[in-house]
Design a protein. Structure first.
Length: 373
């Protein structure tokens, strides 16, 4: 699209998470008229640690904001896979780390810092918190969104960045039921001082148990913390399953004693416990005036740590498509055509539980414009 067309493009982004905040940043940089609507009444430090993968780091460099993320993250060289008892099986450099003009480490970061940094980079008047979307209407060349507080907005493009239970998706493309993976994830961010010396470097550790239990250990050394995740088989579909120290002790039996001790000392009240869901691959992500990004389009299980990364990379691919397309309709076609094959593969791979012998799949590189082969 020509610069003048993009400058006239009115975009309403529903959801201010990884996908929505990134898409807003990328489209604002192109000159589009973008507003973000987030249902939360305030923005708090929700969530735990993630790794921003090398291709995502490259996107941040392309947007000229890498330094902002550098300040709130730590550079990680490698992924380490351990037997439950602490025996090292493999240490692999992060896929893609050496495939750019400079070394792109994976950046260990707290979710709250990513969202806070992205939203801080947007002009304040373009971020509207306390706006819960209740209805979206596709009018063909435009779309209208209505919020619970009575506000109504018309836009050329409505972006559904409202997560796995996306209301935009369900209203425009048909109801999609999240699929339960029969696992729960129990997460806590603890002080590195309470990690029995396990936070030795910035490497991400995966401990794989015989009983289907996996511990994901993600250091946040710049915060003197570690993000500790136990993922285990379960049929508890509750939004926030209740866990006890006895339950955690059972799950961690046979694991490195230091992990068992950490498990026993977790503050249960501060843990975030969730049944783990994804969605099936969706046939279509867009109409002429509504499109999906992030989990709304392709929620995936967390075994490969790709969901948030994909959400942020979607924004870059969408912005490229908007520049490339002859008009918005063409741009949305290009976005789906180029991006969906990549996330389709990641959704498939992520359904496999982490298994010894697996290696983390090479992510496709935005910088190289590579697709999945
Ligand atoms: C246990 C676990 C561990 C994970 N670990 C990793 C990891 O290590 N690496 C990784 O890359 N990914 C990881 N993920 C995946 C990652 O969390 C998601 O893929 C990511 O949050 C998707 O971002 P999103 O912006 O699309 O959706 P969300 O983060 O769900 O954000 C959606 C936003 O939309 C808002 N919203 C929803 N409905 C409305 C509405 N009606 N109106 C207005 N606003 C609305 C919400 O409040 C929210 O702010 C993990 C997920 C889980 C469950």
């Amino acid at each position: 699209m020509q610069v003048s067309q993009i400058q006239n493009l009115k975009v309403a982004v529903v959801g201010g998470g990884y996908a929505g905040a990134s898409a807003a940043l990328a489209l604002l940089q192109l000159g589009a008229d973008v507003h973000v609507y987030e249902q939360a009444p305030e923005l708090g430090e929700v969530g735990a640690g993630i790794g921003l993968r090398p291709p995502t780091v490259e996107v941040l460099r392309k947007w000229g904001v890498f330094e902002e993320f550098e300040k709130v993250s730590a550079p990680s060289e490698a992924i380490e896979v351990y037997q439950a008892n602490g025996e090292l099986i493999a240490r692999d450099p992060w896929p893609g780390i050496n495939e750019y003009a400079q070394v792109n480490h994976c950046r260990m970061v707290h979710r709250g810092d990513v969202i806070e940094t992205l939203l801080r980079l947007l002009p304040a008047e373009r971020v509207h918190i306390g706006h819960k979307m209740v209805a979206v209407t596709d009018n063909g060349d435009s779309a209208t969104v209505k919020f619970e507080n009575g506000v109504e907005v018309a836009a050329d493009l409505v972006l559904g960045a409202d997560g796995i239970r996306s209301s935009v998706r369900n209203q425009i493309f048909g109801e999609v039921q999240p699929v339960f993976s029969h696992t729960i994830a129990m997460r806590a961010v603890i002080s590195a001082d309470d990690a029995y010396g396990l936070v030795e470097n910035d490497n991400f550790r995966v401990y794989v148990g015989q009983n289907g239990t996996t511990v994901y250990f993600l250091p946040l050394r710049h915060r003197n913390q570690v993000s500790f995740d136990i993922t285990a088989p379960s049929d508890d579909t509750a939004w926030a399953p209740e866990v006890t120290h006895e339950y955690i002790a059972d799950l961690l039996e046979g694991f490195d004693e230091r992990l068992q001790k950490i498990g026993q000392e977790l503050d249960i009240a501060k843990m975030t416990n969730r049944g783990v869901f994804d969605i099936d691959k969706q046939p279509n992500w867009h109409t002429d005036s509504v499109a999906l990004v992030g989990d709304a389009a392709h929620a995936m299980l967390h075994h490969q740590g790709q969901g948030a990364n994909s959400a942020m990379q979607d924004a870059a691919w969408l912005a490229e498509a908007i520049q490339e397309g002859s008009d918005l309709k063409d741009a949305l076609r290009i976005y789906q055509e180029k991006r969906k094959p990549i996330t389709d593969v990641l959704q498939d791979i992520s359904r496999k539980p982490f298994d010894i012998g697996d290696s983390f799949p090479e992510t496709t590189s935005f910088a190289k414009g590579a697709g999945v082969e």
